[in-house]
Ligand binder design. Structure first.
Ligand code: ZN
Length: 138
């Protein structure tokens, strides 16, 4: 596809270099049938190097995931080849069923039906903790 001529879709720009792949998988883009481009290490005047994701289809995405991975990323919504909205996504207070708790003794490891809920406990340092066992995401 010509990545510069998206008709209807979304362009996620200014993703911190190296986070594009994580965002790609957490958004579930690997499961989509439409054209998706992940461009890594693009030179950026603003942040040095950046990753860009382009989705050439009007698909519903969980935008909170973008705020969770990189609240500095810019989301551009394209309709009829025109930029109709440009925004950033603030860090969500909670993220549900986006990542899994890595604590093997966490209740969510045993009770597979429980939702995986993480809460923002330290906005400044971008710390999310498991709702059940308080294990940090990273
Ligand atoms: Zn946990």
């Amino acid at each position: 596809m010509n990545i510069d001529s998206i008709k209807n879709g979304i362009v996620i720009d200014h993703i911190a270099a190296g986070k594009g792949m994580q965002l790609y998988y957490l958004l579930g883009l690997d499961a989509l049938d439409c054209s998706v481009a992940l461009i890594k290490n693009v030179a950026s005047r603003k942040i040095g190097r950046k990753d860009i994701i382009k989705v050439d289809a009007d698909v519903p995405l969980n935008l909170d995931v973008i705020g969770f991975v990189d609240p500095e990323a810019t989301v551009n919504i394209i309709r009829d080849s025109r930029l109709v909205e440009k925004k950033t996504i603030p860090m969500p207070q909670t993220v549900t069923n986006v990542i899994k708790c890595k604590n093997p003794r966490c209740i969510t490891s045993v009770e597979q039906d429980l939702p995986q809920v993480f809460q923002l406990t330290d906005k400044e340092n971008k710390v999310y903790r498991c709702l059940y066992c308080e294990t940090k995401t990273n």
